[in-house]
Design a protein around this ligand. Structure first.
Ligand SMILES: Nc1ncnc2c1ncn2[C@@H]1O[C@H](COP(=O)(O)OP(=O)(O)OP(=O)(O)O)[C@@H](O)[C@H]1O
Ligand SMILES: [Mg+2]
Length: 387
């Protein structure tokens, strides 16, 4: 980056027109939009179906060429390899190789970033624990539920410890616990100084994690700003107090009536969100050891992610040639994406993958104590420190 205030993303007049077979304009998916994403921000890209979110994301990833305007990521073209190296991408739909296990999947993507076998092993352990799939490390991802696939996709997006994460619908298919964990994870990444772009249809998810939102409609930006600026109702006030005794309430009402001179006012009791209530119920059930099948709760944040951007040194040795996109065999429109060497690479890597993933069979659910001991060991190995 040229300097500290250089935005992570700068788009000026960014436009994408899809053309039909005869070269005639078919859809103006993105129509001359201007926006910036600054370092350390969590930005939400919102909009109804077909509003241009994924098209924008694919241009950021260098998978689609803009038809017009300018777009830079880390001050460079999105298509250069140095840019891709710093980006983690969770696609709208994860394209996973269904015959690879969870650990092999992460090993494959770690290999694409030229991580050493030792680094890959360490990160895989931490990431699987973080996304709550430690017990499923040897299961083929083809058997995964939608929520499990989303989790392995998230782990994959973070294998290169990217400084800019693009998450296309990160909570889709996740249960409320999974959503909460993903949101906590995004907030943790933010605290670590990462920049995150999230697209989502779930407005409450965006509201919980984003500093700023950009709302698209018909390929144009219709609203943009910090959540505070956009959502604060400036001509009203709310005071929350402990429950008041009747005499105090009567006094307060008298005061309000005198001052508001006939204007309406409202006194109500604060309500918890359904999410807070739901998570509370589940936490209590867990405390009572009620058994459930499926995904275990996500674990701690992978420790290597706690180390700021040191790992970019590891990534500096990335493939010299243009690699496959930072995400999994990314789902760009066929005509606009080329990753011819990807399958060859996959083939060669999957041949060597088992060598790195032949630890003894782990029990269905690794006990907490074992995980924390393993984590402490990994932490030592990595020379990292806890937050
Ligand atoms: N490869 C393509 N060829 C032609 N038109 C396309 C192509 N990809 C997207 N479009 C069109 O561009 C517009 C924007 O699509 P895009 O996928 O960016 O929307 P989106 O906001 O991501 O929608 P969703 O919420 O459904 O994911 C739509 O009208 C879509 O039909
Ligand atoms: Mg989309």
């Amino acid at each position: 980056m040229a300097n500290q205030i250089e935005p992570v993303v700068r788009a000026v007049g960014l436009t994408k027109v899809f053309r039909d077979f005869w070269g005639r304009p078919k859809a103006k998916a993105v129509n001359s939009i201007d926006f910036e994403i600054r370092p350390g921000e969590v930005v939400g890209l919102l909009g109804p179906n077909g509003s241009g979110k994924s098209t924008t994301v694919k241009m950021l990833l260098g998978l689609l060429y803009p038809t017009g305007g300018r777009l830079s990521v880390f001050g460079r073209s999105p298509r250069v390899v140095e840019t891709k190296r710093e980006i983690g991408y969770l696609p709208e739909e994860s394209y996973l190789y269904k015959y690879l296990t969870a650990a092999e999947t992460l090993d494959f993507f770690g290999s694409l970033f030229n991580l050493s076998a030792a680094d890959r092993r360490e990160r895989i352990d931490q990431l699987l624990e973080m996304v709550g799939l430690e017990h499923a490390r040897r299961r083929r991802v083809g058997e995964f539920s939608k929520g499990m696939a989303r989790r392995i996709g998230l782990a994959q997006a973070m294998i290169n410890d990217p400084s800019f994460l693009i998450l296309d619908e990160p909570t889709s298919g996740l249960d409320p616990l999974g959503c909460r964990e993903v949101k906590d994870l995004i907030l943790t990444l933010k605290r670590r100084g990462k920049t995150v772009l999230v697209t989502s249809h779930l407005l409450s998810d965006v509201e919980d994690v984003c500093d700023r939102v950009i709302i698209l409609y018909g390929g144009r930006i219709r609203a943009e700003g910090s959540l505070n600026d956009l959502l604060t109702v400036s001509d009203a006030q709310r005071i929350t107090t402990p429950a008041l005794p009747p005499a105090a309430m009567e006094k307060l009402l008298t005061l309000l009536r005198e001052n508001l001179r006939g204007e309406e006012f409202k006194i109500d009791r604060p309500r918890r969100t359904l999410e807070e209530f739901f998570l509370d119920v589940i936490a209590k059930a867990r405390a009572e050891s009620v058994e459930t099948a499926g995904v275990s709760g996500g674990g701690r944040i992978a420790e290597y992610l706690a180390k700021g951007d040191e790992s970019s040194a590891v990534l500096a040795s990335l493939l010299n040639e243009e690699p496959a996109p930072a995400g999994p065999a990314a789902p760009a429109p066929a005509a606009e994406q080329e990753a011819p060497e990807l399958s060859a690479r996959l083939e060669s890597l999957t041949r060597e993958a088992p060598a790195d993933t032949t630890e003894p069979e782990s029990p269905a659910h690794a006990p907490e104590a074992d995980l924390s001991a393993a984590n402490a060991k990994l932490n030592d190995l990595l020379g990292g420190k806890r937050e």
